[in-house]
Design a protein around this ligand. Sequence first.
Ligand code: FEO
Length: 180
Amino acid sequence: MGDKRISDNIEQALNDQMNNEAAQAQAYLALGVWAEANNYTGIADFFYKHSEEERQHMFKFLEYINTRGGTAKIGAIAAPADNPTNLKECIEDVWQHELENSKKIYALVDQAMAERDWATFNFLQWFVKEQIEEEALIDGLRDKFALASEDKANNANFYSLDRDMQGASQEGELPRQAEL
Ligand code: FEO
């Protein structure tokens, strides 16, 4: 890959985020197992697919670090958090994860800008856009949950919410607008 063209600090920060994405993949995998065990098979399907998306994010960081002459270092991944107690808590936890992940991406952008590392800055723009979609995706799930719980919360509503999530797109729905 040639000489290293990222600073040690950027290399470390990118590696940290690569491992964060791996942790996200594990977290979604664990939630998929929890959902399946609770008979939310559509939501389990959604989380399993999303776990794969997070794994792809991990690979994007891995490839970028190596392409810039750095070394991707695969670290230990902390065990996912305890299982949620109910679907509402599950969805809110996921929402918080995504907001936290957005903050981590923005901190990386700040760091790349401070170092005038424009290659890394440019690479990270894909993730800035991706986090807009991820937040929209999970916020959409929160909206669906709120609708299902409204007025007559009953098993039928949750059943149809779960069916809705089966095979649901992994892309967040953005307002009708020109391409971002
Ligand atoms: Fe890779 Fe859900 O952020």
